[in-house]
Design a protein around this ligand. Structure first.
Ligand code: HEM
Length: 205
């Protein structure tokens, strides 16, 4: 539970921040949303999260392109069954490739493009199966809602309090490696400095 609930959150945040540094215009849009919905007189808090709709789209788009658990957890049917027309004998280990589904060009327009706006329109119920970063069914992630809240709150605070930049002209390397989870091959390095309008708040801490 500890690993399931901590590494997933921190790794997703690293992917999200990396994607934002490679798309400064999207980072700017998140910053503008936080400025209009929360301002700079106080720190963002959990009750603000429902208002940060674009930030939620950014996290969803991050989970689509960089799902921390790309093959979900293995399934093993207790009886013979049929999956997508294939006969599967009992006790076969089945893996669901969420990574491939979430980049399938038959399901997504320009699938490799980081475009949070695609989540501004709610997925239709039948489309829900194409976006499964938390798995689905009885064994789906029980911490999905807590995970989303933790990521959104931490990301919102980081963006509200600091200005972020890449360390140079070159883009952040987004190459993944898969171990127990899908992490960045190169850990993120970035520059940050306190955001001017938050200086008052920092001095009171
Ligand atoms: C970004 C955050 C997270 C992601 C992307 C994520 C993703 C997943 C995925 C894909 C599974 C497998 C589901 C399946 O195979 O259908 C899973 C299982 C699980 N997750 Fe998460 N998770 C996250 C956060 C959390 C948190 C915060 C907790 C707990 C506090 C948690 C606890 C668990 C547990 C206990 C399971 C195993 C469930 C079972 O086998 O029945 N996860 N998670």
């Amino acid at each position: 539970m500890l690993i399931a609930g901590t590494e997933t959150v921190s790794v997703t945040m690293e992917w999200a921040m990396s994607a934002l540094l490679n798309h400064p215009e999207i980072l700017q849009k998140v910053r503008a949303e936080i400025a209009s919905q929360v301002g700079h007189e106080r720190l963002v808090e959990e009750l603000d999260l429902p208002k940060l709709k674009y930030l939620r789209c950014v996290i969803n788009e991050t989970l689509r392109l960089y799902p921390v658990v790309p093959l979900l957890l293995p399934r093993c049917p207790s009886e013979d069954c049929t999956v997508a027309g294939f006969k599967v004998p009992r006790d076969t280990i089945l893996l669901v490739n969420a990574f491939a589904m979430q980049r399938d060009p038959e399901m997504w327009e320009e699938p490799n493009r980081f475009e949070p706006e695609r989540f501004e329109v709610a997925l239709e119920e039948k489309e829900g199966v194409k976006f499964i970063p938390f798995g689905m069914g009885r064994r789906a992630c029980p911490g999905s809602s807590m995970g989303m809240r933790a990521i959104m709150l931490a990301m919102a605070a980081l963006i509200q309090c600091f200005e972020w930049e890449r360390t140079g002209q070159e883009m952040v390397d987004m190459t993944p490696v898969v171990s127990t989870s899908m992490v960045k091959a190169q850990p993120l390095e970035a520059f940050c400095k306190p955001y001017g309008s938050m200086a008052n708040l920092f001095s009171q801490l």
